[in-house]
Write a protein of this length. Structure first.
Length: 404
């Protein structure tokens, strides 16, 4: 079996790329609070989505036009390693929040293009990708689960050590990039500033169904921000302290969803699959509301378990939907545009909105956790209505492989 370029390295990199943020992202709010930097929680969670607005499109354009995607992945990971270490080193010292934010911002800018680029490598390299993608992507979920369990097992649920463990995993991920399948550019070099910055992908929004999907993705990403920012705080509020391990319930359900993804794409129209995913997002926050009102952590954990279904059948199925709808020449940019709209613009607005809502409602009165989650539930309902009314599908896009 050849070592370099084997598709098995896609699974390895999915595992490592997911395990890296899984060490610190679910517990960052608790780590900051442990350093008496609670006022930085919203800002810290705002930095990754802001980075996703600024960097992915232009970097993805390089992969479409000039530089092999796997080579870009290697350099982005390599250059970002020292900044991730320095960020959590400053957090451990607990004396210079400004330096923590600076290093964390640089690391985030370098990390933001990684997932859209890697999705391009995976989707380009895999045969029968609609059927097989889930079996490779599930390794990202496994990596996230094992990282969360490891952090809790080491008692690092509120420690900067979680970030330093993440650095070690990222070093291994950087080396693995050198063994990924070769993914050469598919289009001609940029002829103008629009192409150079990757803005030509915005023309995809002229297609109604893609535009409706992107709009829904943006809106649905707003309440999603609360899952990452405040689930851990809600668990602490109901006296559940193994936060990193508890949060992996979302990834455990994601494993099953990933394995079923190919089957679901063949059996369900994509419209109904997206609506099912948004329903799971709604049930997640309704369960949180019940748990908050009854001070019962099993309800919170039950809600977390819906997250994997929501994420897989909306965001991961959405990547496949988009990959099938666009020309090969702009696939990297299309994936980057999706990240810009979801993780970027949606994440920025979501972080600000739910951060303000939380500080206005819950911080002065912890008894209002229930109302907070109910408001987010209404946001999910609004997204479902917009998508159900706006998406058409089916017209001229019927596929023998899966149904649009």
């Amino acid at each position: 079996m050849r070592l370099h370029g084997h598709s098995g390295w896609i699974s390895v990199c999915f595992f490592l790329f997911a395990a890296t943020p899984a060490c610190w992202l679910p517990v960052l709010a608790n780590v900051l609070r442990g350093r008496d930097w609670t006022h930085l929680v919203t800002l810290a969670y705002l930095i990754p989505p802001l980075s996703a607005v600024l960097s992915p499109l232009a970097i993805a354009a390089r992969a479409d036009q000039k530089v092999p995607a796997e080579r870009l992945l290697f350099w982005l990971n390599l250059v970002g390693i020292p900044f991730l270490w320095l960020a959590f080193d400053e957090l451990e010292k607990g004396t210079r929040p400004g330096l923590f934010l600076f290093h964390f911002t640089v690391s985030s800018l370098l990390t933001a293009p990684i997932w859209p680029l890697f999705n391009t490598v995976a989707l380009t390299s895999l045969r029968d990708r609609e059927h097989r993608f889930g079996f490779y992507r599930v390794w990202a979920t496994i990596g996230w689960i094992l990282a969360g369990w490891t952090i809790s097992a080491l008692g690092a649920d509120a420690s900067p050590i979680a970030g330093k463990i993440s650095v070690g995993i990222r070093i291994v991920a950087t080396a693995a990039c050198l063994l990924l399948p070769h993914t050469p550019p598919r289009s001609q070099p940029a002829k103008n500033w629009t192409e150079l910055l990757g803005l030509s992908s915005l023309s995809l929004l002229r297609q109604r169904d893609i535009a409706v999907f992107m709009l829904t993705t943006f809106l649905f990403s707003i309440p999603l921000a609360a899952y990452y920012m405040h689930s851990s705080l809600q668990l602490e509020a109901v006296d559940y302290h193994q936060v990193a391990a508890g949060m992996t319930l979302g990834q455990i359900s994601e494993v099953g969803a990933m394995l079923l993804l190919g089957f679901m794409l063949r059996r369900w129209r994509i419209k109904w699959l997206f609506l099912f995913a948004m329903t799971c997002g709604l049930l997640r926050y309704l369960s949180y509301a019940v748990g908050a009102s009854s001070n019962s952590f099993p309800w919170i954990l039950f809600g977390i378990s819906f997250h994997g279904l929501c994420w897989t059948f909306f965001f991961e199925a959405g990547r496949l939907f988009l990959d099938r709808r666009v020309e090969p020449e702009v696939r990297s940019q299309a994936q980057a545009l999706l990240s810009l709209i979801s993780t970027g613009a949606g994440g920025v607005i979501g972080t600000v909105a739910v951060g303000w809502l939380h500080s206005t409602m819950v911080v002065p009165d912890p008894a209002r956790w229930t109302s907070y989650w109910l408001i987010l539930s209404l946001m999910c309902v609004a997204c479902m209505v917009i998508f159900a009314l706006g998406y058409q599908g089916g017209r001229g896009s019927q596929s023998a492989v899966w149904r649009i």
